[in-house]
Ligand binder design. Structure first.
Ligand SMILES: CC(=O)SCCNC(=O)CCNC(=O)[C@H](O)C(C)(C)COP(=O)(O)OP(=O)(O)OC[C@H]1O[C@@H](n2cnc3c(N)ncnc32)[C@H](O)[C@@H]1OP(=O)(O)O
Ligand SMILES: CCCC(=O)O
Length: 448
């Protein structure tokens, strides 16, 4: 390590309490993304609860509760705003303790640069390297933009987190930041294993029918993408590439099984490109100093024009409801915000931009309601208040365990018919009646 970097480190190294003391009432404070928690800073800031009013905290998806939010159940001192809800986020929102910030993920960094004025930004990083750089580990996303825009940029070092090699802005130099804290070295939060349902298995089989050698894949979060990953690992598919938003355990399985070479990619050839990673320790160990993967800010990974430059982009994402007009809600149930738009729209657009690309909305045909009864996820119209995540003008493929339907170029009645054909058989008759009543059924005199 150079003397200059070492001196700068000594000058900027402070306790968490000193760092948290820079926050004033009314400030906006970014406190990290995904698996990366700034635990020491959060705890020290929470301890200042009685001195502070209306501090806006910003995150992207929390898996662990924020100490500040727990310390302030009346939301007077700390107001948590989240770019994407996890289960924790939506449960806090129900108690009035979290607010969702709408975006299409690739636009996040530009929105920060243009419209946000963070007073303080804090990110969890690896220890400084010999050249004075700290690495953002598993969460690049919008972190570089928040740190560069903030009046005070603070890093919290964790010696246990992986160093994720990247293509651009995967870290920051000591000269660009104001303070460094040494955190408690808690290992990264891990996602619990998911259990695929019978419907997920059925959907995954249809997905596999559509997938070709040489495709560039993006898998979303959850049980279905994981089972698809496992089927790919056990298939004889060749030379797949990866250009995704989230890197998860299933990519390690596919890579180790020899399915991923990235040799047909037009950009970042041979590299698995992503903007954040969440999974088990197996994933975090795989990523540490591994040049097989490259992390980038999200305005690169999720830019639909960038996505579209690779061949046969194959994007697999989940949804909550699809209506007979082919409007997709993947983020809310009525007015209940469940997750967020995230990168779904980015990848649906990007996949269609790609030569031979396919954007898939995968949805189990039914959903078990709280009272134990089954409801169709293919519905006449979205539940009142539901947010449209993917508008009908952009929908490409919809897949259920009963098959798949390609929607581009299809009229309203053709789309309704295609959807009813892949709905659960118990609900098809009623859906036909609904389509007729809404005038989007070809046997209706109103249409043909
Ligand atoms: C990281 C990436 O995924 S990159 C991909 C791009 N981003 C996206 O696709 C973002 C939008 N998509 C998503 O957020 C997710 O894929 C989802 C929400 C559609 C599915 O995620 P899953 O984790 O499989 O959902 P899950 O089945 O656990 O349901 C989540 C919640 O929605 C509720 N829910 C699901 N379906 C319904 C429904 N039809 N009606 C009412 N509530 C529903 C569940 O009850 C659950 O709430 P709870 O935790 O309070 O019980
Ligand atoms: C913040 C993005 C997460 C997602 O796309 O689901």
């Amino acid at each position: 390590m150079g003397m200059n970097e070492q001196n700068l480190y000594q000058q900027k190294h402070v306790s968490a309490e000193v760092a948290a003391a820079v926050v004033k009432s009314g400030d906006t404070v970014f406190v990290g993304e995904f698996a990366q928690n700034v635990e020491a800073f959060d705890t020290a800031l929470a301890a200042r609860r009685s001195e502070l009013q209306e501090v806006n905290l910003i995150t992207t998806t929390r898996l662990k509760p924020l100490a500040c939010v727990e310390a302030d159940p009346t939301r007077e001192s700390f107001i948590w705003n989240d770019w994407h809800f996890s289960g924790l986020g939506r449960k806090c929102a129900e108690r009035g303790l979290a607010s969702y910030i709408p975006f299409s993920y690739h636009q996040g960094p530009k929105a920060v640069r243009l419209y946000e004025s963070p007073d303080v930004a804090v990110a969890q990083v690896t220890p400084m390297d010999a050249n004075g750089f700290f690495n953002f580990s598993t969460s690049c996303s919008m972190t570089p933009d928040y740190l560069r825009k903030a009046k005070k940029a603070i890093l919290e070092v964790n010696t246990t987190v992986p160093r994720c090699l990247g293509g651009r802005d995967e870290g920051i130099h000591i000269s660009e930041i104001d303070m460094v804290i040494e955190g408690p070295n808690t290992p990264l939060v891990q996602l619990p294993e998911t259990q695929a349902s019978e419907a997920d298995m059925g959907i995954a089989k249809h997905v596999m029918q559509l997938l070709e050698d040489g495709a560039t894949i993006q898998l979303g979060i959850g049980a279905l993408p994981n089972i698809v990953g496992s089927m790919i690992a056990h298939s004889d598919l060749k030379d797949l590439g990866v250009h995704t938003e989230m890197l998860a355990d299933s990519y390690v399985d596919m890579y180790e099984a020899g399915r991923i070479t990235g040799k047909h990619k037009s950009i970042d050839q041979g590299k698995m490109v992503y903007t954040f990673a969440m999974g088990s320790q197996k994933l975090y160990d795989f990523l540490d100093n591994n040049p097989a993967a490259a992390i980038y800010p999200v305005d690169y990974t999720n830019d639909p024009c960038v996505i579209g430059r690779n061949p046969k982009v194959f994007a697999i994402n989940n949804a909550i409801e699809v209506d007979l007009f082919t409007q997709v809600s993947s983020e809310s149930s009525g007015t209940r915000q469940i997750s967020g738009t995230g990168g779904q729209l980015d990848f649906i657009l990007g996949a269609f931009n790609s030569e031979g690309g396919k954007g898939l909305i995968c949805i189990s045909s039914t959903y078990k309601q709280k009272d134990g009864t089954m409801a169709s996820r293919i519905v006449p119209t979205l539940s009142p208040g539901s947010i449209v995540t993917c508008p009908r003008s952009l929908v490409h493929y919809v897949v259920t365990e009963f098959g798949y339907a390609q929607m581009k170029g299809k009229s309203t009645w053709q789309r309704a018919e295609a959807l009813i054909n892949i709905a659960h058989p118990d609900f098809r008759d009623q859906l036909i009646k609904d389509a007729e009543a809404m005038g989007i059924w070809r046997r209706s005199n109103k249409i043909v």
